[in-house]
Design a protein around this ligand. Structure first.
Ligand SMILES: N[C@@H](CCC(=O)N[C@@H](CS)C(=O)NCC(=O)O)C(=O)O
Length: 230
């Protein structure tokens, strides 16, 4: 049988997304842990952007976590992690895009910037984006404090890794989780209890150690430079 191979890094939230999809679908895979501070010399032959995650399956090589996750969804249908109706699927994709283009960049910019005025600006942006998620997203779509779209889906998976890492914004930037987002707060508690999430959860200590370089402005990896806009 063809083997699934995932190039990943324990600390990486994007790879975290794909590992959750693989676990949720009950797929066996071989995990290739990459040390991002010391990548293999030929890593660009595996990963054109020199990032994780990358998934290899037979002749297919796929990168970019959101694309990998849809690839897995199309290749391994059970259990489905996207709605079937086009309109509902479009809504799911809109929120995955929101994670990629709105929440995640604001998370990194707040953590990376060393300028106090900019920190204030990005702190407010993170809070505004969370509030939008609360009122326009999970608060409207999620029903009774269930998952993002009611049923568990790729939307939950796409957001969750940054909520597991929330401690870094709290400790390094003093950002408390807002009391005005009760649906989101309930959702992150519910996610934490899922078997797949528990199986690969990391400690706050690990995140605080790994993101220290980001918070102190000394991270020089590709992702940090791109997010800073260097
Ligand atoms: N948009 C990409 C982002 C992947 C990404 O930034 N991965 C980071 C680790 S979390 C990475 O491998 N960075 C390489 C580096 O910083 O040198 C995705 O969704 O897969």
């Amino acid at each position: 049988m063809t083997e699934l191979e995932l190039y990943s890094a324990k600390v990486c939230p994007f790879a975290h997304r794909t590992r959750l999809v693989l676990l949720e679908k009950g797929l066996e895979f071989s995990l290739k842990e990459i040390d991002l501070a010391n990548k293999p010399a030929d890593f660009s032959r595996i990963s054109p952007y020199e990032k994780v995650p990358v998934l290899i399956y037979g002749k297919d090589r796929v990168w970019e976590s959101a694309i990998i996750n849809e690839y897995l969804e199309e290749t391994f249908r059970d259990p489905p992690l996207l709605p079937q109706k086009p309109g509902e699927k479009a809504i799911a994709r809109i929120w995955i895009d929101f994670a990629n283009t709105k929440l995640i960049p604001a998370f990194y910019k707040l953590l990376l910037t060393q300028n106090p005025d900019k920190q204030q600006h990005w702190k407010q942006e993170v809070l505004d984006r969370l509030q939008f998620m609360e009122t326009e997203g999970i608060g409207k779509l999620g029903g009774n404090g269930e998952y993002w779209l009611g049923e568990f889906s790729l939307v939950d998976i796409s957001f969750y890794p940054w909520f597991e890492r929330w401690i870094v914004l709290q400790e390094y930037r003093g950002l408390q989780f807002p009391a005005t987002c009760p649906h989101l707060d309930r959702w992150r508690g519910k996610m934490k209890e899922r078997e797949s999430v528990k199986a690969i959860a990391n400690s706050n200590t690990l995140y605080l150690q790994d993101y220290k370089k980001y918070a102190e402005g000394t991270a020089m990896g590709i992702t940090a430079r791109e997010m800073r806009g260097d």
